[in-house]
Design a protein around this ligand. Structure first.
Ligand SMILES: [Zn+2]
Ligand SMILES: [Zn+2]
Length: 374
């Protein structure tokens, strides 16, 4: 492995020297193929386990997921540690949760083999999952098409683009539902203008007319989604949305077979605090949108969140990279709907030409305007 070629998703952390990874024995029962005894893996799109050795399929019995009452989150002790263990990448710091029977060999995020098992806990057990629907091959095909459409990517890169080390990684997230009731009051202002003659010239002057607003507002929030892991930044995740959280399945361990999950870095209560910020922002703009105004002088909203329910979900994301001139470019693919986000190399020549052409167009328009219009 060439360390210097690997990407580091956390920019301010330095890569460590490679040390290999430790393997730990365990004796938990794996889902073995009933026909040949090999380990089975989850087959995307078919809700079943699959034997890569002999092709046997076994259906996973999982209902659609249910919303959990918020009170449960406060005393949740349904541990995931019996079924999983946590690995840490010494190169980039990513932490991944694997089925007890599986061992991480390379890091899904930076591709190095510098992975160690930790004694950290995987936290509470997810109660819902959006299973992978697309296969790894589907994801690779989608990435190739996406890269070819990149305007500033070098031509040779587009022709030869090959997604490498593509892995299915579940990203943990909390989704919240709540029925909100708000009381609000405030002072809004609307502009109006008056013209006046000053020293023989007409001048327009702007004034503000203030008015009071107050009232009640009810709004139901469905599946406010908050990421519980920071390994993929929120901006990239927003580009991959939506994740169909309303059609999620009840979590079953079989879904993790052959896949990994990112370890959560935020617990349910901190995610709920973030959700409340989002909810407040949405309520504020929903209430204000009922009025015609130009300025907000003061505005207060007090909100009750009733019937709060949550799901602790795993969201399907393919993670991989493309190699171009010994540099790696990370990409992420939504394993449910195929949306892609990521980086590709940029051809300086293409950018230069575009800037020159752009400037030429602007100055040509300027010339035409001064010639004909001005
Ligand atoms: Zn088999
Ligand atoms: Zn890593």
């Amino acid at each position: 492995m060439e360390q210097e070629n690997k990407i580091n998703p956390f920019e301010d952390e330095n890569p460590f020297e490679a040390e290999g990874f430790s393997e730990v024995k365990n004796d938990t029962a794996v889902t073995k193929c009933p026909a040949c005894g090999a380990n089975m893996v989850y087959l995307p799109g078919e809700n079943c386990l699959y034997c890569e050795h002999c092709g046997t399929k076994q259906e996973i019995h999982s209902k659609s997921s249910e919303e959990m009452a918020f009170e449960r989150l406060l005393k949740e002790n349904n541990t995931w540690a019996d079924e999983t263990h946590v690995f840490r990448c010494e190169n980039c710091g990513a932490k991944e949760v694997l089925d007890k029977n599986e061992f991480a060999k390379t890091c899904s995020f930076c591709g190095t083999t510098n992975i160690v098992e930790t004694d950290e806990l995987s936290g509470i057990k997810p109660n819902a999952i959006v299973p992978f629907k697309l296969s790894k091959d589907d994801a690779c095909g989608i990435v190739k098409k996406w890269a070819r459409k990149k305007l500033f990517a070098p031509k040779k890169f587009k022709k030869s683009v090959t997604p490498e080390d593509v892995k299915g990684v579940y990203n943990p997230a909390f989704s919240f539902d709540t029925a909100t009731f708000s009381r609000y009051n405030g002072v809004l202002g609307k502009y109006y203008y008056r013209t006046r003659r000053v020293n023989g010239k007409t001048v327009q002057e702007r004034y503000i007319k203030y008015f009071n607003v107050s009232g009640d507002y009810s709004m139901f929030f469905d599946d406010v989604l908050i990421q519980a892991s920071t390994i993929i930044n929120q901006k990239s995740l927003n580009k991959l949305q939506p994740f169909n959280t309303n059609d999620s399945n009840e979590y079953a361990q079989e879904f993790l077979s052959g896949f990994t999950a990112s370890q959560y870095t935020k617990d349910g209560i901190s995610c709920w605090e973030e959700a409340k910020v989002l909810i407040r922002q949405k309520l504020r703009s929903a209430i204000l949108s009922q009025y015609t105004y130009d300025v907000v002088s003061s505005f207060n909203v007090s909100t009750e969140c009733n019937n709060i329910t949550y799901k602790y979900l795993l969201l399907p994301i393919y993670v991989g990279h493309c190699n171009w001139r010994k540099k790696l470019y990370n990409f992420f693919v939504n394993g449910f709907n195929g949306k892609v986000t990521g980086k590709t190399p940029v051809s300086p020549l293409k950018v230069f030409i575009t800037v020159v052409v752009g400037l030429a167009v602007v100055s040509a328009l300027g010339f035409l305007y001064s010639f004909f219009g001005g």
